[in-house]
Design a protein around this ligand. Structure first.
Ligand code: SF4
Length: 192
């Protein structure tokens, strides 16, 4: 396996023993909530702005933002992850990331996560805020249904999958701001 070898002059880690090896079908399944969130968000923007020339621009722009956001994580976060270029990455980004960049230092993962995760955070809030605003302006049942589905997917299913499924067995969860934020904050406080 690739993490048994040195890449880019960075020594391999012997303490990373990926607990799972995801098949292509599992990887595809694990991507469905993010894809669903992007598509639901795009539909909310299209429906919410239906009376505006911006409807399709916003809708297609949101789809592109979702795709670029995933690529951004692959380029700027995944090379620092212990699951880079392994099938232990639940969503397969780690495999794609290996085609884009060489492995980087594991101990900078938390720093890179903190720096780059804000790039994709608006994906969770743009449809929500735009949808609520549109509902207040002109109530519509289809828009409300889309908004509820989006909220369940983005704020319940996606975090639950990350914490219970992908991240639960991750060897760097204690330094990951998503999974072990309290540990990172207490370490930072003790150094201050
Ligand atoms: S587990 Fe997360 S950070 Fe690690 S390679 Fe996969 S998507 Fe990237």
């Amino acid at each position: 396996m690739t993490n048994q070898t040195a890449v880019n002059n960075i020594p391999a880690s012997d303490d990373c023993q990926p607990p799972n090896q995801y098949s292509n079908a599992q990887t595809l399944l694990n991507n469905i909530p993010y894809i669903a969130m992007t598509m639901l968000g795009s539909a909310i923007l299209a429906l919410g702005l239906a009376d505006s020339v911006w409807a399709w621009i916003a809708s297609i722009g949101f789809l592109l933002y979702g795709a670029v956001g995933a690529l951004w994580i692959m380029v700027f976060v995944c090379p620092y992850c212990r699951y880079w270029n392994t099938r232990a990455c639940p969503c397969g980004y780690g495999i794609i990331a290996a085609r884009l960049r060489n492995r980087q230092a594991y101990d900078r993962f938390a720093e890179k996560f903190r720096k780059h995760i804000p790039v994709i955070v608006p994906l969770w809030f743009i449809p929500l805020l735009a949808g609520i605003y549109s509902l207040i302006r002109a109530f519509s049942w289809p828009l409300l249904v889309l908004l509820v589905l989006f909220a369940i997917d983005a704020f319940v299913i996606l975090p639950m999958l990350s914490k219970k499924h992908g991240c639960a067995d991750c060897p760097q969860k204690d330094t990951c701001p998503w999974m072990g934020g309290r540990n990172v904050k207490s370490a930072a406080a003790s150094q201050a």
